[in-house]
Ligand binder design. Structure first.
Ligand SMILES: *Cc1c(COP(=O)(O)O)cnc(C)c1O
Length: 377
């Protein structure tokens, strides 16, 4: 499909090409100096003590759950309105999820009062997700978590570079899990990062990322170690130098790219005012990363028809998200769950194109198309 406006676009140029070729010329391809530099630079941007790369955010979420001790018999509270990986990571540990509702039409992040409603004596943690890059109400979440003695993990897949009360998102809970999938704000194709301020958690995450081995190939290559022990059942969740090199270039561009996303978001908000669509996050907390632009269709507009009419104008749209509790696998596992605010939002949500290089003309083209497609509905 040759879109006039795709949903997302890579912000790649000559710099990414050169970074990859430099790695190839160096003849060291995985977990080396480039990855260490990427981790140090990402930690500095977010204000975190420890940063650990992985190959994707799903692995990051899995390791985060393992590191805080989630296992069979435990429960973790997760938002249903997220990518399914947020909940799947819990199930990988043999634990169960307790799916939570959102605030409502103006704020699609987890409602902190859900923690009290869902927590049982088996509940050990909550994973929050900064939907579209808009910070969750972390103060209330941390207070609820303390009350119920829960660990707090942040799914920061949408929000690299975002902040709340001056703190980097992903450093407010105990562990932050980032994604560098190709459509995210910082993209390396596949890729991810873990942040934590806790030395013991960092050591455990590092061990579990690489087979539970006590030393790494790179340490042995540099003569820092000659053998190793295996002290736990770990995984191979490492990243390679090629993607870390892409990550470093993308990280340098992130503040500028997030600023452009903000500019196009605010232009959309201005152009769509009074159009009939309902826009969430008009008064966001903190400093969002503006990952995607979600909107709600007016009641009575049939979504599939609207998306088809946008497609005819060569505009790609998406849905964030089909709620986790309505997927076949989750229904079979947990039966019928009712999350009325999530269901109301998810039924009417459409995500419009948003990417840094989009430009004013394309934002105007999409906003005008939305108005026309609503009239035809
Ligand atoms: C993209 C995404 C993930 C998964 O990231 P991967 O790097 O593709 O594993 C998890 N959670 C959310 C909210 C996401 O958007």
């Amino acid at each position: 499909m040759d879109w006039i406006v795709p949903l997302a676009d890579l912000e790649y140029n000559e710099e990414e090409n050169r970074a990859v070729l430099d790695v190839l010329h160096s003849r060291w391809l995985t977990m080396g100096a480039v990855t260490q530099a990427f981790e140090a630079e990402f930690a500095a941007l977010s204000g975190a003590k420890h940063a650990l790369t992985v190959s994707n955010a799903t692995q990051a979420l899995h390791l985060a759950c393992l590191a805080v001790g989630i296992g069979p018999g435990d429960e973790v509270i997760t938002p249903s309105l997220s990518f399914v990986a947020t909940s799947n990571a819990v199930l990988y540990c043999g634990a169960d999820v307790r799916l939570a509702d959102i605030h409502g039409e103006e704020d699609f992040t987890i409602d902190p009062s859900e923690i009290g409603r869902l927590a049982t004596p088996r509940t050990k943690a909550v994973i929050v997700m900064h939907y579209a890059g808009y910070p969750c109400d972390m103060q209330a979440i941390l207070a609820e978590a303390r009350k119920h003695n829960l660990r707090v993990i942040e799914d920061v897949a949408h929000a690299p570079g975002g902040k709340l009360d001056g703190q980097g998102l992903g450093t407010i809970g105990e562990i932050g899990c980032f994604s560098f999938f190709s459509n995210k704000n910082l993209s390396t194709g596949e890729g991810g990062m873990l942040l934590t301020g806790d030395d013991n958690l960092a050591a455990r995450l590092k061990l579990m990322r690489s087979h539970g081995m006590t030393t790494l190939t790179y340490d042995r290559h540099r003569g820092h170690a000659y053998s190793y022990d295996v002290v736990d059942l770990g995984y191979n969740y490492r990243i390679d130098e090629i993607r870390s090199a892409l990550g470093r270039v993308q990280l340098a561009k992130l503040p500028g790219n997030n600023a452009l996303r903000k500019q196009w978001t605010e232009l959309y908000q201005k152009l769509l005012a009074g159009s009939g669509v309902s826009l969430p996050f008009l008064n966001p907390r903190g400093e969002p990363s503006y990952h995607i632009f979600p909107m709600l269709l007016p009641e009575g507009i049939e979504r599939k028809g609207f998306i088809d009419r946008m497609r005819e104008k060569k505009i790609q749209t998406s849905i964030h998200y089909p709620p986790t509790h309505l997927f076949t696998y989750y229904r079979q596992r947990y039966g019928a769950i009712s999350l009325p605010r999530t269901e109301a939002v998810a039924a009417r949500e459409v995500t419009l194109p948003l990417y840094p290089s989009m430009g004013q003309e394309k934002v105007e083209y999409v906003a005008a198309a939305v108005r026309e497609c609503l009239e035809q509905g």
